[in-house]
Design a protein around this ligand. Structure first.
Ligand SMILES: Nc1ncnc2c1ncn2[C@@H]1O[C@H](COP(=O)(O)OP(=O)(O)OP(=O)(O)O)[C@@H](O)[C@H]1O
Ligand SMILES: [Mg+2]
Length: 217
């Protein structure tokens, strides 16, 4: 069995990542592929426990570096327990956020040294790099309006409740990651109707991996 493909979705809050992850998974399953949907932080029992700590803000006192260690620890377990076993058995893995989110949130937007980000990524990710990263880009105010609509109260978790300037820095951070990794990353305009975004992504993935309608890779 050929190794599966590893596809990650990145972008700011409310970009439509989780929506498009679900839809791409449906599309690929309809083509007959075995698809595993997962997310970060989390994606394995131990990593989900760490996710709870990170999103609660209770470990904010550890500082950006301490948080980055926790993200790395969660990522190592997620890869070992969920991602690698799936890829090895030939499943396609679609992950909602991955290492680029650490690079952008703790690095570009939160000031963690890029050397440290590089080191932690090398240690945690090793060779388990995505075959394709879809960066969903949209203006910060559009994404925040969507998130406010979703949660209904506008408070959200610790990573949502921050100033617009921080969100803008993250947007530029994701665009910077995409520009620095043009073979791996594709930027998709997420400010359109969800259906338009979905069909762009389906066409991108179908073309990139040579998937025929109704057939296997
Ligand atoms: N293209 C779109 N146009 C309008 N609304 C959308 C679009 N895509 C998603 N939404 C809605 O916007 C909200 C945020 O979408 P979603 O949860 O997919 O974003 P996300 O990138 O996963 O956000 P987060 O980073 O907070 O997890 C949801 O209520 C979703 O239904
Ligand atoms: Mg989401």
């Amino acid at each position: 069995m050929a190794r599966g493909k590893f596809i990650t979705f990145e972008g700011g809050e409310g970009a439509g990542k989780s929506t498009q992850v679900r839809r791409l998974a449906e599309h690929l399953r309809a083509l007959g592929l075995d698809v595993v949907v997962t997310r970060e932080p989390g994606g394995s029992p131990s990593a989900e426990a760490i996710r709870g700590l990170l999103l609660s803000g209770r470990v904010r006192a550890l500082g950006t570096l301490g948080e980055a260690y926790l993200f790395a620890a969660a990522r190592m377990d997620h890869i070992a327990e969920t991602i690698e076993p799936a890829l090895e058995r030939g499943a396609w893995v679609i992950c909602d956020r991955f290492a680029d989110s650490t690079r952008v949130y703790q690095g570009a937007a939160d000031g963690l040294d890029v050397e440290i980000v590089d080191d932690l990524e090398r240690i945690a990710v090793g060779n388990c790099r995505p075959d394709l990263t879809i960066v969903i880009d949209l203006p910060v105010d559009v994404g925040l309006a969507r998130v406010a609509g979703r949660s209904g109260n506008g408070t959200g978790d610790r990573f949502e409740a921050e100033a617009v300037a921080v969100h803008e820095a993250r947007r530029q951070g994701f665009l910077g990651v995409a520009a620095a990794n043009p073979d791996r990353c594709v930027v998709i305009d997420g400010a359109r109707e969800a259906d338009a975004v979905t069909s762009d992504i389906a066409a991108l993935v179908t073309g990139r991996f040579g998937l025929a309608i109704g057939g296997r890779a």
